[in-house]
Design a protein around this ligand. Structure first.
Ligand SMILES: [Fe+2]
Ligand SMILES: [Fe+2]
Length: 313
């Protein structure tokens, strides 16, 4: 049973609150890495396979606190949050970037920890479909039943399943379905779903990112796994926010499975899009991190659990 002891966040409740291009910007953005595959040297934080970013988007002193994904080990996530003095009850909204277990496992428990009745949980309408690998044997990697739509609602949250960009705060929006425009991205080989009783390749259309338009800096692109392709996602950021300047890309780039050529094209694509800074980890992979370091120099940093990034810097 959830007790209502906190005021509800004042968030837009429908897609109609979002206009293209966005009219608003935030004045500051802080991104804290609550969960990531790696931890730094001599660190008290716990790593895990997965990602969870805490996004503090502020207009003056008015802050919206967004939890993007929850990793897969809630205990490790809560441990890191306690060290960072992030109270679960301070979270205003959860965004689930896509179905994979390393982004969604434990979300129902997390909602109970947050304890705000009616907490918005934003995701794509197809996030609860089956999603699995077949090699070397079938492995279900989508949302677990204990974190399904019913479990999320039973935990006290309000699901907002939207295909189009959805406003999270003035100046912060989800990407919605990302158009696959580059010829070298968004393939998602090896991932399957079930449609009309048939096993078919899964194009991962549920892959969402978050675009934060920061006054004087540009748009900061926050990704879970970038299954839509990171260059496609950056192009979407420009279109959705109406901002030309891309201050940074932060998150997983899913290049761990990509060959040398694709990595080179994606890194060149990010440069062509004028991305100023890249902080990438999780499913980015070491080869891509090396290529990004080569291309972006000091403007590249690997993600680390516990890291805090801020704009303006
Ligand atoms: Fe992932
Ligand atoms: Fe994924």
């Amino acid at each position: 049973m959830i007790s209502i002891t906190l005021p509800l966040p004042t968030l837009p409740t429908s897609d109609s609150s979002y206009t293209v291009p966005m009219k608003h910007t935030i004045t500051s953005l802080a991104v804290t890495v609550l969960a990531e595959d790696t931890v730094g040297f001599d660190t008290p934080f716990l790593g895990q396979h997965g990602i969870s970013l805490l996004i503090d988007a502020s207009v003056g002193s008015n802050r919206t606190r967004i939890l993007m994904d929850v990793g897969q080990h809630t205990d490790a996530l809560l441990h890191n949050m306690a060290l960072l003095e992030v109270a679960p009850a301070s979270i205003d909204v959860i965004v689930l970037t896509h179905c994979h277990y390393d982004h969604t496992r434990g979300v129902a428990r997390m909602i109970r920890e947050i304890g705000r009745s009616g907490l918005p949980v934003v995701a794509h309408p197809e996030i609860f479909r089956p999603n699995f690998e077949l090699t070397p044997q079938r492995k279900d990697i989508g949302v677990a039943r204990e974190d399904g739509a019913e479990a999320i609602r039973a935990a006290g949250a309000q699901l907002k399943l939207v295909r189009t960009p959805h406003s999270l705060a003035p100046g912060v929006v989800t990407s919605g379905e990302v158009a696959r425009t580059t010829p070298y991205e968004g393939e998602n080989a090896g991932l399957f779903t079930q449609r009309d009783g048939q096993t078919v390749p899964d194009p991962m259309m549920d892959d969402l990112s978050i675009y934060a338009a920061v006054e004087g800096c540009g748009v900061v692109v926050l990704t879970g796994c970038s299954h839509a392709g990171i260059v496609n996602i950056v192009r979407g950021a420009r279109e959705v926010t109406g901002m030309d300047q891309v201050a940074a890309v932060v998150g997983g780039l899913h290049l761990i499975v990509a060959g040398e050529q694709t990595i080179a094209r994606s890194v060149a694509g990010l440069q062509e899009e004028g991305v100023e800074q890249v902080c990438a980890g999780h499913c980015t992979g070491f080869a891509a991190q090396v290529a990004l370091q080569g291309a972006f120099g000091k403007q590249f940093a690997p993600l680390r659990t516990g890291q805090v990034l801020a704009w303006p810097g």
